[in-house]
Design a protein around this ligand. Structure first.
Ligand SMILES: Nc1ncnc2c1ncn2[C@@H]1O[C@H](COP(=O)(O)OP(=O)(O)OP(=O)(O)O)[C@@H](O)[C@H]1O
Ligand SMILES: [Mg+2]
Length: 241
């Protein structure tokens, strides 16, 4: 647990979010400390994606507060939140299949970005540099996930928000994505949703578990890894919901 707001880059306090008439988030609170990786865990349908979408302003919260670097962003529009330096890698990836890898990356660049971001992306994902002229829609699922992550990384990020990067990927590709994220860990603050416990353990410093739209656990990621009862209670056997 963080002791004061000064230690949080991102703080969610008692967040409530509706989708239509459904009261999906019913009290999500979490802190993301600067320079650390916070993993958001919870079974299928717990509200992980909705939490991230509320942070980005895509599914705005109806109650509670979201502060970023001490400023209230609860009611801020998505483009303004992104301009504060929040990179988002959505669960469904949203890669433009008809465009090339390079076009996908250039479209994602915000005005005023430098060549550093593109250089970083090519260093982390040499495969993408080789396939710069290839249509993104012709890539494997793993390569498309790398494009999705790379699109966030071409910009300087103060916070990177990533939704289940391992979803639907073969174990060998999960390892590649884990390595790439491990390489930027320490230089970028990350809020990561991940149900793959091995990946969560490899990357996570702090863990938050939500269940039925509420925060039920906050503590070190290593404690979650070691606590099978906690896993059985909130993450479910096989994490299949
Ligand atoms: N567009 C929608 N309309 C209605 N209900 C929705 C919608 N999107 C999500 N929900 C519901 O909100 C709840 C939380 O969904 P959310 O996608 O945030 O869960 P999640 O933890 O990300 O799940 P998963 O692990 O499957 O990605 C679920 O009960 C889901 O059925
Ligand atoms: Mg989700």
């Amino acid at each position: 647990m963080r002791q004061s707001g000064a230690e949080s880059l991102l703080r969610l306090t008692d967040l409530h979010t509706f989708i239509g008439e459904s009261h999906i988030l019913q009290g999500v609170s979490l802190d993301v400390a600067p320079g650390r990786v916070t993993v958001l865990l919870g079974r299928n349908g717990a509200g992980k994606t909705t939490t991230l979408r509320s942070v980005l302003g895509l599914t705005p919260a109806a109650g509670g507060t979201i502060t970023f670097d001490g400023g209230d962003i609860t009611r801020e529009r998505p483009h303004r939140i992104v301009r504060r330096g929040v990179g988002y890698v959505p669960e469904d990836r949203d890669v433009f299949g008809g465009l090339t890898v390079d076009e996908n990356l250039r479209l994602a660049q915000r005005p005023g970005t430098t060549a550093d971001g593109m250089a970083l992306v090519h260093r982390l994902f040499p495969d993408l540099e080789r396939r710069a002229g290839q249509r993104a829609g012709s890539l494997s699922g793993g390569q498309q996930q790398m494009v999705a992550i790379a699109r966030a990384l071409v910009n300087p990020n103060r916070l990177l928000v990533i939704d289940e990067p391992s979803k639907g990927l073969a174990p060998v590709v999960v390892s590649q994505v884990t390595e790439a994220l491990a390489a930027i860990k320490g230089t970028t603050t990350i809020l990561l949703v991940e149900q793959n416990l091995a990946m969560a353990q490899a990357l996570g410093d702090d863990a938050v578990i939500i269940d039925n739209g509420r925060t039920v656990y906050t503590g070190p990621m290593a404690d979650v890894t070691a606590d099978e009862q906690l896993q059985a209670r909130y993450l479910g056997a096989g994490h299949s919901g």
